[in-house]
Design a protein around this ligand. Structure first.
Ligand SMILES: Nc1ncnc2c1ncn2[C@@H]1O[C@H](COP(=O)(O)OP(=O)(O)OP(=O)(O)O)[C@@H](O)[C@H]1O
Length: 628
């Protein structure tokens, strides 16, 4: 899967309806109230012209002022009291119309914000439960775009477009009800325009949908480009690549611009087309109506038509053009929201990519880890990282993993953590296949420090306490526990030397700290939970030799009674390991203790000699690692 196809993967036929049904079920009473209020408000807003028409005929043509449900005894017969009565009626209607409008808009607002809040949180939760591979294949900016832009697009739809859609439908229905009450024959004539209007709008809507999908995809790609660039701003500056990056952002922005303009061009054609149709119908009705009043009923029409009927009738027709003008906006908004809903829904419709949370309890009995004939290749790649790798880390043993760049060291521990599922073979902890145990148990049992030593924005204390799986809130973790972990990780001293100590804010991703300081905090975070298995992936690569020596002593103590995997390029880090595995081309090329491997005089011995300064060894290493 590529960035561009992150969205649009929903397997639901109606993703927008699906989302609203899934998340709006508990809020449906707000929607029902809002729809009802909007319906009443729109219907009432049409009554004023009807009253004016009745008033004209009553005052000037001597016809009876009669309204359904209104007792005739209430209606004054004298002109001036009748005028005052009509004015009072219209004022009352106006108040009621605006009151119901307020209820409708407030109801839509509550419904929308509640449903969006639920979608945002639920989809973020879903996204973070997707397997790691998904994040490796999709740019973060694109995923953020789905969780932010696309959710906000729904905001616009639910808040305004949905309300406008109801207003449009009700305007059309109300206009026809009032028009039929005035003259049903003319109303039928107006109704005859419906298939033409529907046909034209269907044509536009079909052409708009793919354009909207494209807009959403391009917006995601643009966001991803912006996010990636700002994350790597130091690299951009160091390579003075600002001009190159400006061009790349410009290209992404141009793609978005083209997509947006293409969809806008189509959308803005729709409104004039609708108005043109209604304009023709209005002129035709006006001509026929005047002929009817002045001469006789034209064509197949019969009966009488008064000016007091024709004027409000034409007024309603004119009002019909207003929703038709807005129809294009509603269809435009609906298509945008549908494109967004597809992308939001697509996050959960990624077959087999959601990490399952079921599984047996993991029972630790010593923490023996065994890889049995493990085969693995990254999805979508030809290359096999492991072709049947087997070894065991006996309980409380320390295993060193070394090998050239790209040999598969990190992948091996990621398979143990089940960031990736193995293709064949199995990995067990104390005899239990990691695929059969609960993910939470598995990951709680393993203290993992990766190469990035990523820290969250917050205090040092919070970052260390983050590793305490038994605490629901970082503030619940006792200070002593945090300090003990920091001491073991060699972090306590530098932390206490900071003006705010453990309360120091580390900045976004820990930017206010050095690489070595970040690594020590990441180690403290991994061990605060006292896990039975430890995995250090280049966890001390940024610490200086002296600090590493100090750290090593503490870590030796720490790793003494737990199974530990240490990945390191600096071989002194794994020197004391019970067994060192040298990975090469997806298999274990050499294994043994440091002393035995040096004695063996193979790849490990060469690497070791190079690191202790024997540059002659470089030539044989070069033969082994230079690309053909
Ligand atoms: N997400 C991924 N998708 C596809 N291939 C990947 C992915 N991650 C790693 N690889 C490939 O898998 C192989 C093993 O990578 P891995 O990161 O495990 O190596 P490593 O031994 O840890 O390297 P290093 O010492 O540089 O960290 C490499 O060829 C790498 O290109």
């Amino acid at each position: 899967m590529t960035d561009e196809t992150l969205g649009g993967m929903s397997d639901r036929e109606y993703p927008l309806v699906g989302l609203v049904r899934e998340f709006g079920a508990s809020e449906i009473h707000h929607l029902v109230a809002a729809v009802l209020a909007r319906t009443v408000s729109t219907f009432l807003s049409f009554a004023d012209v009807f009253l004016i028409g009745l008033g004209i005929d009553a005052l000037f043509n001597g016809r009876e002022f009669a309204i359904p449900l209104l007792p005739s005894a209430w209606v004054p017969s004298e002109p001036l009291p009748l005028l005052a009565f009509i004015t009072g009626l219209m004022f009352g209607l106006n108040v009621l119309t605006n009151l119901t409008l307020f209820v409708a808009q407030y109801g839509f607002g509550v419904f929308t914000q509640r449903i969006l809040h639920q979608i945002r949180v639920a989809k973020f939760d879903t996204a973070q439960r997707l397997e790691l591979g998904f994040f490796e294949e999709n740019r973060t900016g694109n995923i953020i775009s789905v969780l932010n832009d696309d959710v906000n697009e729904l905001d616009g739809f639910l808040n305004t477009v949905l309300s406008a859609a109801i207003w449009i439908s009700m305007t059309v229905v109300s206009a026809f009800v009032y028009m039929s009450a005035l003259n049903w024959q003319l109303a039928l004539l107006v109704l005859a325009s419906a298939p033409v209007v529907a046909g034209v709008n269907y044509w536009f809507s079909r052409r708009l949908e793919p354009l909207k999908d494209e807009v959403r995809t391009e917006r995601g790609a643009l966001n991803a480009r912006l996010e990636t660039n700002l994350s790597g701003i130091d690299v951009i500056k160091s390579f003075t690549a600002e001009e190159h990056e400006r061009k790349r952002v410009e290209d992404a922005s141009l793609d978005y611009f083209d997509a947006r303009l293409g969809s806008r061009r189509r959308a803005v054609q729709q409104s004039p087309a609708n108005r043109l149709i209604m304009g023709v119908w209005l002129v035709a009705t006006l001509s026929l109506g005047i002929y009817w009043i002045v001469v006789e009923p034209p064509l197949f029409f019969s009966g009488t038509l008064t000016a007091g009927q024709l004027v409000p009738f034409l007024f309603y027709m004119e009002r019909l053009t207003l929703p038709l003008k807005n129809l294009s906006g509603v269809i435009d908004g609906y298509k945008s929201a549908k494109a967004s809903a597809k992308r939001i829904d697509g996050l959960t419709s990624i077959d087999g990519r959601l990490e399952g949370d079921s599984g047996d309890e993991l029972v630790i009995d010593g923490g023996r880890v065994e890889f049995e004939n493990v085969e693995f290749g990254y999805p979508g790649t030809e290359q096999r990282v492991f072709d049947g790798i087997s070894f065991a880390a006996e309980s409380e043993e320390t295993i060193g993993l070394v090998g050239s760049t790209g040999a598969g060291k990190s992948t091996l521990v990621k398979c143990l953590l089940r960031f990736h599922e193995v293709d064949d073979g199995r990995i067990t902890i104390d005899g239990q296949d990691v695929r059969n145990v609960s993910l939470e148990d598995l990951r709680d049992a393993i203290g993992y420090v990766n190469q990035d030593a990523y820290l969250f924005d917050g205090t040092i204390r919070d970052n260390i306490a983050y590793g305490a799986s038994d605490a629901s809130d970082t503030s619940d973790v006792p200070d002593e526990r945090i300090e003990a972990a920091a001491k073991t990780a060699g972090a306590h001293r530098f932390v206490t030397e900071l003006p705010d100590g453990y309360e120091t804010q580390v900045g976004d991703r820990g930017t206010s700290l050095s690489g070595g300081q970040r690594q020590r905090l990441a180690i403290a975070r991994a061990i605060v939970d006292d896990p039975p298995i430890l995995v250090f992936d280049e966890a001390t690569s940024h610490v200086d030799n002296e600090t590493e020596l100090v750290l090593q002593e503490k870590l030796d103590e720490l790793t003494e009674d737990r199974t530990t995997f240490i990945i390191a390029h600096r071989l002194s880090t794994v020197r004391g390991a019970d067994e060192i595995l040298v990975l090469e081309d997806g298999s274990i090329a050499e294994r043994g203790t440091h002393e035995r491997l040096v004695e063996r005089d193979g790849t490990y011995a060469t690497l070791w000699n190079v690191q202790v300064g024997n540059l002659d060894a470089l030539s044989s290493l070069g033969e082994a690692t230079t690309d053909d």
